[in-house]
Design a binder for this molecule. Structure first.
Ligand code: ADP
Length: 311
């Protein structure tokens, strides 16, 4: 079983409008509300691939209940720790052709007691898991080093941990003693983290990933959008090449790639199958209008077009 962690989930609302009129009333007829947050995207994709998954994290208030009900409707297993604050809304207004204006609530502030309650849920549920994914930003109230704390608590389980976060939340993990099995920064996140301009240069990527900051993490997948990925696995480097495809909505591709890594690690696939599964699910997500959705029927077609080159 794969356990996914979403600490700052949201109800994502999309308002498609022909045009956005500032300082006026805008009426919307096609509102869509989905359980959101990076970890819940990962969850949905794993479920769509018919692999057993359970979602955990922190939920509160009426919007927390909405997320649980949506997961129930989709027959996705979940066990969230409850908080007093209200789970947030994230609003995307899609307007004037391809423009997108977003309003992202920061979300509730969680207390130390609530975090401790969640940690108990995590420890209990991770006992049945072979892979745990930790995705996204941290809620207000959790320190930037909170993922280090979770990795420390997970070190005695046999589960492989995939961490997909950025900025200070990732930096504190790289500088700490408890390492995840895998991380999946995209190129911009890696550049921001290391304060370097890499610009798709393989030799620069190789040198960077050899730095002590990245030591102790067996699998590092640097996702490169339409260029596929550059990967360090143990002492080996790979360039993963993907075919050209028609993209409809790339939001959530990184989360779908994480879902692919989790699915492959859960079945102890070799590195070639692992990377191809991750890239295929990233690509399939870009071909759908909804975030964190893939069409399982197209899996083999794209999987077979991916090329793994030893670098
Ligand atoms: P993130 O969403 O975290 O920024 P990426 O944009 O690198 O991550 O996307 C993750 C994966 O999704 C890529 O490695 C690739 O497999 C697929 N993908 C993303 N964008 C495209 C695209 N424009 N064309 C083809 N595949 C894409």
């Amino acid at each position: 079983m794969i356990l996914t962690v979403t600490l700052n989930p949201s109800v994502d609302i999309s308002y498609p409008l022909d045009s956005l009129a500032i300082n006026q009333v805008n009426r919307c007829t096609l509102t869509r509300k989905t359980a959101g947050g990076k970890g819940l995207n990962v969850t949905r994709v794993i479920h769509q691939m018919a692999v057993q998954v359970k979602a955990t994290g922190l939920l509160g208030g009426a919007l927390g209940t909405f997320i649980e009900e949506q997961l129930d409707t989709q027959q996705i297993d979940h066990h969230f720790a409850k908080i007093k604050g209200e789970t947030r809304n994230c609003i995307a207004i899609l307007h004037d052709g391809d423009q997108q204006t977003e309003i992202l609530e920061t979300g509730p502030t969680v207390s130390k007691t609530e975090l401790a309650r969640f940690e108990k849920v995590l420890i209990d549920d991770s006992k049945e898991a072979s892979v745990v994914t930790l995705s996204g930003s941290l809620p207000n109230g959790a320190p930037p080093s909170y993922y280090v704390n979770l990795l420390k608590k997970l070190k005695d389980t046999s589960a492989k941990v995939i961490l997909d976060t950025s900025g200070d939340n990732l930096k504190t993990v790289l500088e700490a003693a408890f390492k995840p099995y895998a991380i999946k920064p995209n190129l911009e996140e890696l550049e921001e983290l290391t304060n370097t301009k890499i610009q798709h240069d393989d030799s620069k990527l190789k040198d960077l990933l050899r730095e002590p900051l990245f030591a102790g993490i067996p699998l590092i997948v640097v996702s490169l959008g339409k260029e596929g990925a550059f990967v360090k696995f143990k002492e080996h480097f790979y360039r993963v090449k993907i075919p050209k495809i028609t993209v409809i909505n790339p939001v959530g591709s990184g989360d779908s790639a994480v879902a692919g890594l989790a699915i492959a690690l859960e079945k102890a696939a070799d590195i070639e199958e692992t990377l191809k599964t991750a890239m295929t699910l990233g690509m399939l997500n870009t071909m759908e209008s909804q975030t964190g959705f893939v069409n399982k029927n197209n899996f083999e077609t794209y999987f077979n077009q991916i090329i793994l080159l030893k670098n």
